[in-house]
Design a protein around this ligand. Structure first.
Ligand SMILES: [Zn+2]
Ligand SMILES: [Zn+2]
Length: 329
């Protein structure tokens, strides 16, 4: 019998359809792509081609050969110059498309994705992300910052060299506001943070847990919208990613890399997106907001049903997917 589960954090419903259900091993890709070389002459992100990109805004380490490099996006979605303005004329609402858009080049190696980076390089990547989060929020025009990665064509990437993107918007997107409002309503009603409650419940249940460390819990949500959709929650209540401590950041680097390795190894390097969903530093005292990381392997496609309903059909069972990833070493 099918089951409709509700995700209280996102407010979304999902149909778990056992008739369509696949075993975790059915998602393994049958075609092995040829691995790209370590360096590609005409790749703008490969070492030696730094003059083919705008000058970096941040580099790690700050001396010697770079491990991680952050540059303005040549094809920025937002204008980096100009002031914020907003106009309303009848039903037409328009505002200045100003903000920040940068690319984080994750590694000098053209063929090394995050899943296979050494821990030290991964820590360098995470500290670069944190530095840019802080730098973006220091821009008075920026109201909301989002960090994301598109890995593979099905996840929307256009350049093969491993990179993430960070965008600083001059407004807060509707979906972010709705979820924050739901979290606030939950807090009003129950007197606790919904994410903190979820951590307690998932950790003690254990069936959907992929891995747990002192400061983080990685698990597949009870109402995961798609196969292997994974969340990494910091255990300490923190509305904004910028509140993370050095110890927590190093631990997150290892947890993120380990989960990505499990997805890479277990599912044969699928396309995926990952995103850091966080409140702003100005939310730092909010009792109801709690930042987290979401990883979404693109092993199924959203289609008309999803477009027409905002609901998803997941042909996998979260408990079975978590057990599968838990066992990938
Ligand atoms: Zn490259
Ligand atoms: Zn919390």
């Amino acid at each position: 019998m099918s089951e409709i589960r509700k995700n209280l954090i996102t407010g979304e419903y999902v149909i778990l359809a056992p008739e369509r259900a696949k075993r975790p091993s059915d998602f393994e890709c049958p075609v092995k792509h040829e691995a790209p070389p370590e360096r590609v002459d005409n790749c703008p992100f490969c070492p030696g081609n730094e003059d083919k990109t705008p000058p970096h805004n941040y580099i790690c380490p700050d001396a010697g050969a770079w491990t991680c490099r952050c540059i303005p996006n040549k094809f920025s979605a937002l204008s980096s110059e100009g002031d914020m303005w907003r106009n309303e004329e009848g039903l037409k609402v328009v505002m200045a498309g100003v903000g920040r858009h940068e690319v984080v080049i994750e590694t000098p190696y053209h063929n090394r994705c995050l899943a296979v980076l050494p821990d030290e390089a991964m820590k360098c990547y995470m500290s670069t992300c944190l530095h840019r989060f802080n730098a973006f929020y220091a821009d008075p025009r920026v109201e909301h910052v989002i960090l994301f990665k598109n890995h593979g064509a099905a996840a929307g990437t256009s350049l093969e060299h491993p990179h993430s993107q960070i965008v600083g918007l001059p407004m807060t997107p509707a979906q972010v506001r709705y979820r924050a409002q739901d979290a606030c309503d939950y807090f009003d009603d129950k007197g606790s943070c919904l994410v903190c409650r979820t951590i307690e419940e998932e950790a003690s249940d254990g069936r959907r847990v992929i891995m747990e460390t002192d400061n983080f819990l990685a698990f597949i949500p009870y109402a995961a919208l798609s196969p292997f959709h994974t969340w990494i929650f910091p255990k300490r209540h923190m509305p904004c990613f910028t509140a993370i401590t050095g110890t927590e950041l190093d631990e997150l680097a290892v947890v993120l890399k380990t989960v990505l390795w499990k997805v890479y190894k277990g599912l044969c390097n699928p396309d995926y997106n990952y995103v850091i969903r966080s409140g702003a530093p100005s939310d730092c005292n909010a009792d109801h907001l709690h930042w987290y990381v979401a990883i979404v392997p693109r092993v199924t496609k959203a289609a008309g049903f999803e477009l027409g309903t905002g609901m998803y059909i997941n042909p996998s069972i979260p408990e079975a997917s978590a057990e599968f990833l838990r066992d990938v070493k």
